[in-house]
Design a protein around this ligand. Structure first.
Ligand code: MD5
Ligand code: FE
Length: 204
């Protein structure tokens, strides 16, 4: 396995098959309350290949006019985001016991052709808390570098049930998803991958 950037903690197979299936049901319920939508890049309006929704008091959204931001309501329905499922709050408490509760859980849904370019997560008003990410469904090729664009990167596969915690130095690392390996898992009804990312957004 490649050596991971300092502060990045990787927990392979952290979530067992039964708990993964329960999480998928909870996410189906979130999606019924807050439908998946196709976010747009700021200025260009180019749609992302990933569909998204959120749960928690705040959700990450983007559109052509207003760009990347957190807001308390769904951009299309105007309704507040549904609550973060208790299982995910427990996972956060287990792996980040010193951090205050997460405020946002971004739900990313990747079809087999979707990807996410290298970027930093820097739309939060605080970087003091870690970011926690859960992978469900098909395998993905994850790439992570340092906090400066253009530096060396390492790549590894994320599989269903894997958990990543980005803390300390890795909190502002460039990272992305280069590809999905469609059909590598049987968890979901269709080929693809779900990523859940829990974040603290406001200072504490
Ligand atoms: C995903 N999501 O799998 C990816 C990677 C995102 C996002 O990048 O912003 O929604 S989840 C792993 C991740 C998240 C945040 C920070 C870092 C990794 N990191 O600094 O390594 O859908
Ligand atoms: Fe990210």
């Amino acid at each position: 396995a490649p050596s991971l950037p300092p502060g990045l903690r990787f927990f392979p197979c952290y979530i067992d098959a039964q708990a993964q299936a329960a999480l998928v049901e909870e996410i189906r319920s979130v999606v019924r309350a807050a439908p998946l939508y196709r976010p747009q890049m700021p200025r260009s309006g180019k749609p992302l290949s990933v569909r998204m929704t959120n749960c928690g008091p705040l959700g990450w959204v983007t559109d052509r006019q207003h760009g990347y931001r957190y807001q308390p309501n769904h951009p299309e329905t105007g309704l507040p985001w549904p609550p973060i499922p208790p299982d995910l709050l427990e996972l956060w408490k287990s792996l980040a016991p010193a951090a205050p509760p997460p405020e946002a859980c971004l739900v990313n849904v990747y079809g087999p052709e979707a990807k996410m370019g290298l970027h930093q997560d820097k739309d939060e008003a605080t970087f003091a808390a870690p970011v926690l990410s859960v992978s469900l469904g098909d395998e993905a090729l994850f790439r992570i570098g340092g906090s400066e664009r253009g530096g060396p990167t390492v790549s590894f596969r994320l599989r269903s049930g894997d958990v990543l915690l980005m803390d300390g130095e890795s909190r502002l690392a460039f990272h992305g998803i280069d590809r999905i390996y469609g059909g590598t898992a049987a968890l979901l009804r269709q080929p693809g991958r779900i990523n859940l990312t829990l974040r603290r957004v406001t200072p504490f």
